[in-house]
Design a protein around this ligand. Structure first.
Ligand code: CP3
Length: 354
């Protein structure tokens, strides 16, 4: 494995390929993991999911969460495990009603009034989230030395979209209406989320996470000024709080759909790596993002679903452009549930063979 040491290489976990790549080294072949690598496309996941009953019970039962976290690592030999949980455990831990309905996605008791906002309760956060920390400890002790363990949380903006809309949304009119209105109420919600998210990420490192990822799935729906205020600023604050406790832990930001805003995001938040979605041009990412931080991405999840030679050549193109600098191979968004597991094996083999 050839490596070129970059000046900002961090000390902790230096032997792990993922940590080295995010720390600024050019690692060849690049480390690979996949967003949503544990999930319904795997028969062994569906079996555990069935025995757990509902999705939140699975997230909150440490033995089962640890088991499904490890499944894709054992099956595919990936360079990282990402702890099995969800970004919506934070609203749940703050006392908001959260349910996952079969075939419908998440359903939350929408927060629209000051009264509902004030009913959010930070005092039992750690207690509610502790099953995730137990699962992290179990996974951490079970993983081979070279494999990194990733902890994660949703970014405040993305989590707020679910809290205010009451679930997934097509046009984000309720949450945008609130964010654009100039009222202080939305800032108060985001401040609560900055506190809770920072604590949750710090606790995940305490429990054994080597790397953190902050998912901002809906960063791409905001106009520039709002993107700076509600995506960049809160994540910058979270990064600085986590760094104060754990200066050595690399952080990946994933502001999906941010377009040219990726540059501003990478510089202003201080993340160690950015996850790019599949629409980000590779040459631009190499010249304008890898000069600031490491880059992770960005195979289209449909390309993985389709597989075959088209998948291999798309992956080769990504590695040939981004693999000359600090780079982590991943998808541009999560694995789709109809993806054949054999395609994941073929992808891992291909990325390691280029
Ligand atoms: O990546 C992993 O393997 C770790 C686990 C993980 C899950 N969700 C498990 C999950 C991670 C990192 C997430 C993040 C997440 N959750 C995001 C950000 C990333 C993204 O995909 O954009 C978002 C927006 C959520 C919220 C969420 N959770 C939605 C919208 C849904 C329903 C959609 C769906 O696929 O059904 C979930 C449920 C969920 N989270 C599932 C899994 C495996 C499916 C639930 C099931 O097994 O029934």
């Amino acid at each position: 494995m050839n490596t070129v040491v970059h000046p900002n290489a961090r000390a902790k976990g230096r032997n792990k390929p993922l940590v080295r790549a995010i720390g600024g080294e050019t690692v060849s072949p690049p480390p690979i993991w996949l967003m949503r690598q544990a999930g319904r496309y795997l028969p062994e996941y569906r079996e555990v999911r069935k025995s757990a009953g509902d999705f939140l019970t699975l997230c909150r039962t440490p033995d089962l969460a640890a088991e499904v976290t490890l499944q894709p690592v054992w099956r595919f030999g990936l360079d990282a495990a990402i702890i099995f949980s969800d970004i919506l455990v934070i609203p749940y831990a703050l006392g908001q009603g959260v349910r996952f309905e079969e075939g419908e996605g998440p359903v939350l008791d929408a927060i629209r009034t000051r009264e509902q906002l004030e009913s959010l309760d930070k005092t039992r956060l750690h207690e509610h989230l502790s099953p995730a920390y137990v699962a992290l400890e179990r996974v951490s002790s079970a993983l081979p030395n070279q494999v990194s363990l990733i902890g994660f949380a949703g970014a405040p903006w993305t989590v707020a979209t679910y809290m205010v809309e009451g679930g997934s949304s097509r046009d984000f009119s309720a949450v945008k209406g609130w964010a654009f209105s100039g009222e202080t109420r939305f800032q108060e919600l985001v401040d609560i989320l900055v506190d809770a998210t920072s604590e949750h990420l710090i606790a995940q490192v305490n429990a054994g996470a080597d790397v953190l990822q902050i998912f901002d799935t809906w960063a791409g729906v905001l106009p520039e000024a709002q993107f700076i205020r509600w995506c960049v600023e809160p994540v910058k604050e979270i990064v600085s709080r986590v760094r104060r406790q754990h200066p050595e832990t690399p952080i990946i930001g994933f502001p999906r759909g941010a377009g040219v805003g990726y540059g501003t995001y990478a510089k202003a938040t201080g993340v160690d790596a950015v996850g790019i979605d599949s629409s980000v041009p590779l040459l631009w990412a190499a010249s304008d993002l890898q000069s600031i931080c490491a880059v992770q991405g960005n195979l289209d999840p449909v390309s993985l679903l389709v597989g075959g030679d088209a998948m291999v050549s798309a992956s080769r193109e990504i590695v040939s452009v981004l693999g000359k600098g600090p780079f982590v191979f991943n998808l541009g968004h999560g694995i789709l549930k109809t993806t054949p597991p054999e395609n994941v094996s073929a992808l891992v083999a291909a990325v390691r063979s280029f």
